[in-house]
Design a binder for this molecule. Sequence first.
Ligand code: B12
Ligand code: SF4
Ligand code: SF4
Length: 385
Amino acid sequence: MNNNWSTLKEEIKAAAPELGIDDIGFATAEPFLYLRTVLEEHRRKGYESGFEEPDLDKRTVPALQGGEPMSILAIAVAYPSKMDNPPKSEPGERRGILARASWGRDYHQVLREALGKLEAFIRERVPDAVMESMVDTGVLSDRAVAERAGIGFSGKNCAIISPKWGSWIYLGEMVTNIPFPPDVPVTEGCGDCTKCIDACPTGALVGPGQLNAQACISYLTQTKGFLSEEYMTKIGNRLYGCDTCQIVCPHNRGKNWNHRPELLPDSEVVKPLLLPILSISNREFKEKFGISSAAWRGKKPIQRNAIIALGNFKEAAAVPKLTEIVLAEPRPEMRGTAAWALSRIGGEEALAAVEQALAREQDEEVLGMLRRAQEKLRETAQAEG
Ligand code: B12
Ligand code: SF4
Ligand code: SF4
């Protein structure tokens, strides 16, 4: 029997590229005991993002409806890290950036399709196999599974880093009752390198492989409310996600995977002009960004981040639109953020807009932001005048 599973495993490995899978590894379905302690500590310190599955039993003890979980197949799909001919971001035509994990078609769909093909491949050979696949939104830790299955090692930036593909890989897995022989974990590691920890703009990597998600820009770009001035400044022009701790990683040097047309970036989508985003309708948003995994939180966070980016660029051409927002936008976090952006841009027009808004604003939080903006604008006007 054992031999059969080894043979099937080799067949699966050979068929993986045709199924749309760049790397596949096999792991046992034993509970992830060490992970439980890590996750408990993570929660105790308040480092969770809130996007994780909250039930720690489900996260660490693989389960399978209708069967006994015997092994987990981890898959990786590699994605591009470089854009051909990126459009220039210039005064009057400022642009934001989406993180690489949201370039091209939403990876949840791409990996689900690949896992569907993998299930069909196994089903043809083992008709009564029980299989359950997940990508990102499942209960398990995709990284812990990938690490155990030998896809890559767990880097100090938290990413699973494949010796072949680097960390530019999406992860997914399939739990099954087939007792496949497991692969061995990768033995490589980070060594003495600390480039990602040193480069993280907010100090969110509080230790090797330890992330305070509440301070991570990737998380912050996906929130919907107000952000602190410190975080708004550090977000720069990021509209969704953050790639800094992967870009600096030596294991990613020269790694760019463009063999999948559906994952290639459309530069007008992934490096879009900022000003038009502020006037986009729900329908236009869906048409432009709907294909991307960046769209999952809707247009609000991306619009707020576009205001932040315009502030960080000190983009004078944005003052009329920001004035409109600070005076008439129904969402308080947009008015408050616009007040901050106007104070970054500076000038008489910006000050006039903020003072006009102060006279009519009702929301306490927005009022606070307007007052700080007014103060800053007056200070700069005095220093310059
Ligand atoms: C919540 C979440 C986030 C949160 C929190 C991220 C985090 N690091 O915890 C936020 C929104 C910030 C986020 C951001 C990003 N994410 Co995310 N995210 C997830 C999600 C849904 C759960 C992660 C989780 O449970 N974290 C809790 C930590 C504690 O557990 P873990 O990272 O899963 O497990 C590791 C640690 O426990 C560590 N560990 C084990 N033992 C020990 C012992 C010690 C002492 C320590 C310190 C650590 C440690 O090893 C485990 C394996 O690496 C997963 C999908 C999934 N279902 O797993 C995707 C996932 C991790 N994200 C992914 C991606 C691509 C990203 C971004 C790169 C996107 C972007 N460009 O902006 C960033 C990277 C940020 C970073 N440096 O981690 C990919 C990672 C692919 C890869 N190659 O590693 C995943 C797997 C999605 C997918 N299916 O492809 N994400
Ligand atoms: S994604 Fe950005 S903010 Fe988050 S840990 Fe990496 S560098 Fe830091
Ligand atoms: S930058 Fe250095 S420390 Fe960070 S993940 Fe890469 S090799 Fe490891």
